[in-house]
Design a protein around this ligand. Sequence first.
Ligand SMILES: Cc1cc2nc3c(=O)[nH]c(=O)nc-3n(C[C@H](O)[C@H](O)[C@H](O)COP(=O)(O)O)c2cc1C
Length: 211
Amino acid sequence: MKTLRKIVKISGLLTVLLACFVGLVLTQSNNQAMAAKNRGKQTLVVYFSYKRNSDGKPLSVGNTARVAQDIQKKTGADTYEIKAARPYTGSYQHVVDQAQREENRRARPAIAGSLPNVKKYKTVFVGGPIWWGEYPMVVYTFMDRVNLNHKTLIPFTTSEGSGLGNTSAALKHKYPQARVRRGFTAVGNTVKNHPNAVARRVNAWLDGLGY
Ligand SMILES: Cc1cc2nc3c(=O)[nH]c(=O)nc-3n(C[C@H](O)[C@H](O)[C@H](O)COP(=O)(O)O)c2cc1C
C-alpha cells in the first residue's frame, strides 16, 4: 500500500514537471514566432530588377524580384521596388551599353516616383542584380538618397557567377554605422529554372538570421 502511494506521488510529480516543460517550450516557440512577426513589421525589402535574362530574353518576373518576393513571403516585410526614371529598354546589348556608360561615369540615374519612409524600419534588405561586380548605379542613387545608418542591412543579389560581388562592402562603406549581416545570392538562371529550390534556400538563410 505504502509503495503504491509512493508510485502515485512520484508519477503525479512527473506529470507536473512534464506539463511545466511543455508549457515552457510552447511559450518559447510562441515568443520566437511573435519576435519574428514583429521583426517582419520593422523590415523593408528594397530591390531593383531589370527583368531580362542574361540570354537577353524578357522575364515576367525578374530574378532579383523573385528572390525579393521569397524574402517578403517568409518575413512579412514591406517591399519597395527601385524603378529607374529612364527605364532600361531596347535590346539587351543596348541596355548593357547604357549600363556600362553609367558605370564608367559612376552615374546616379534618377529614380521614378517617391522614396519609401525608411525611418520606420530597423532592418532593410537591399537587393539587385550584379552588374559588373556590384549593384547597378540606380541602387547607388537610392543609397545616396536615404540614410540607412544605425539599421541592420542585408544584401541579396542574383548574378551569373559574381555572387554577392562587392555589395556587402558597398553597404558598409556607405553606412559605416549600420550593421551589415550575411547576404544571399543565387544564380539568375537557377532562379528562373528552379524557383522552388531557390525559395527553400532563401528560407533556410532567413531561418539562420532568426526569421
Ligand atoms: C548590364 C549587365 C551587367 C551584368 N554584369 C554581371 C556581372 O558582372 N556578373 C555576373 O555574374 N552577372 C552579370 N549580369 C547578369 C545579371 O546579374 C543576372 O542575369 C541577374 O540574375 C539579373 O537579375 P534581374 O532579372 O533581377 O535583373 C549582368 C547583366 C546585365 C544586364
